[in-house]
Design a protein around this ligand. Structure first.
Ligand code: NAX
Length: 331
């Protein structure tokens, strides 16, 4: 029997991440090969022409699962009944713009987006924020969607996790599939903490396989933290296909129960977290999806003193970001 239609909304749908992402969603990579979908593509009014072009290309692929396409800039009507909302659209940092200006400008986008979602989306909508600064944008969105559960709001740190997996695999001269248990803690920014301490290579602690603590504490962490800038320097544009792949993997991890003893990285509400991070932040933790569909922060990981010190820095940065957008938060 055919499954009921699922509606997926993507903002920033005329942008470069979306151009890699949308076609994979339509092909069934996000929700599975037996799931009919509707795509609601949202961007600014000036990008509507480009969105129409994307819709034509989608039609020209004749994707069997893609039953409906809507395009436009009207948030309330395009969020109507959506089951998944991917907030990719955001303003890039312009010349001379400071971090606080970017936070305020993009924050305002998320106030509007969340208010519209709150009014018209399906009540169980799962929301992934990708547009930067994604943790704090996600916090703002949660605050303005009072009728939607906070535990369904996420910010993406999967690309950072994947980057860390590659760095460890390359250093240990193993396949990426040999590397597991990699987590990103904190902010999707240059203060993020890629956790080598709990990482494993072929089921053994990565620190036993890579016996070069100076590399792990230095080059490894910095390489992951600055990989986005490195890609921009090489490509002249920010990461797009790898970001799109990370969005797909984030949803697969959310929707499929996590194997026993494993975790994946996702920034979630810090509410009642087991690691002493203050309340009311969106913080990346090791997470797992239970058989019941519930997402849980993976509990009980013992903290290494070096990582603890790094986590304090990323926590401080998120608290600062929150204070810079205090005027956009509720309550
Ligand atoms: P692009 O500049 O190619 O596309 C952004 C699109 O968003 C544009 O089409 C623009 O018109 C649209 N937009 C702007 N304001 C909007 C609004 N209010 N409503 C709807 N659409 C709006 O950027 P792209 O490379 O696609 O990146 C998108 C966002 O992802 C950026 O904020 C970027 O920093 C962020 N990233 C986040 C990553 C993560 O891991 N969390 C990694 C990749 C990426 O850097």
């Amino acid at each position: 029997m055919t499954k009921p239609l699922k509606k997926v909304a993507v903002t920033g749908a005329a942008g470069q991440i979306a151009y890699s992402l949308i076609f994979r969603i339509a092909e069934g990579d996000l929700l599975g090969q037996d799931q009919p979908i509707a795509l609601h593509l949202i961007d600014l009014p000036e990008a509507e022409g480009s969105l129409k072009g994307v819709a034509m290309e989608l039609n020209d692929c004749a994707f069997p699962l893609l039953k409906e396409i809507k395009v436009g800039s009207q948030l309330e009507s395009l969020f109507e009944g959506v089951h998944y909302a991917l907030f990719v659209g955001a303003k890039p940092r312009g010349p001379g713009m400071e971090r606080k200006d970017l936070l305020a400008d993009n924050g305002a986008i998320f106030v509007k987006g969340a208010q519209a979602l709150d009014k018209t989306a399906d009540r169980s909508v799962k929301v992934l924020v990708v547009g930067n600064p994604c943790n704090t944008n996600c916090l703002i969105a949660m605050h303005h969607a009072a009728n939607l559960p906070r535990h369904n709001f996420f910010a993406m740190t999967r690309l950072d996790q994947n980057r860390a997996v590659f760095q460890l695999a390359e250093k240990a001269k193993v396949a990426t599939t040999d590397v597991s248990h990699v987590a990103i803690w904190g902010n999707h920014s240059a203060t993020q903490v890629p956790d080598f301490f709990h990482a494993q290579i072929r089921g053994r602690p990565a620190i036993d396989i890579i016996q070069d603590r100076a590399w792990l504490e230095g080059d490894f962490i910095q390489k992951v933290q600055k990989r986005g800038a490195e890609v921009i320097a090489a490509r002249g544009k920010s990461s797009a296909a790898s970001a799109s792949h990370a969005i797909i993997e984030t949803f697969r991890s959310l929707l499929v129960p996590t194997p026993q003893g494993h975790w994946y990285s996702l920034a979630v509400s810090s509410h009642k977290n087991p690691y002493g991070i203050p309340e009311d932040l969106v913080f990346s933790f090791p997470c797992r999806s239970l058989e019941s569909g519930v997402l849980e922060i993976y509990p009980g990981l013992a903290m290494d003193a070096f990582l603890e010190q790094k986590i304090a820095l990323t926590k401080k940065e998120l608290i600062e970001e929150r204070s810079l957008v205090a005027h956009l938060l509720k309550g």
